[in-house]
Design a protein around this ligand. Structure first.
Ligand SMILES: [Zn+2]
Length: 130
């Protein structure tokens, strides 16, 4: 098995943060979570210029009634650290569309997000990123 490449040293516990610790792509940066101490590390990325070509998927959530219900919003905040960090009002204002794109994720992460989202009662779809 190929070892995942090291992205950075954790500034808190100095463990290696690797590609395997990838959480999500935020606008222009990749978010990693240190598996030793939970420290959240952001790393700048230029999407499209990454050397590795693992399959990526666009992950999105479709709301049952055309916009997020309170239950769906709570589930969303449990699913993603990005929305967990928001106030309910901010999360609500970001979920006005019928569908919310969570981001582009590597294959395994995308499927994991979909499974966790479905377990939380969300209609999570993954579409191959072309
Ligand atoms: Zn750490």
């Amino acid at each position: 098995m190929i070892e995942p490449s090291v992205v950075a040293a954790c500034p808190r516990c100095s463990s290696d943060i690797t590609e395997a610790d990838f959480v999500a792509l935020d606008s222009g940066s990749a978010r990693y979570s240190c598996r030793s101490c939970g420290h959240v590390q952001h790393t700048e990325v230029l999407i499209g210029l990454e050397p590795h070509t693992s399959t990526r998927f666009v992950v999105s959530v479709r709301w049952q009634s055309g916009r997020a219900s309170t239950a769906e919003l709570v589930a969303l905040m449990q699913l993603t650290t990005k929305y967990a960090a928001m106030t309910v009002a901010d999360a609500f204002s970001e979920t006005k569309e019928a569908e919310l794109t969570l981001g582009i994720f590597e294959d395994r992460r995308a499927r994991e997000l979909q499974e966790r989202g479905r377990a939380l009662g969300l209609d999570v779809s993954i579409v191959h990123d072309t």
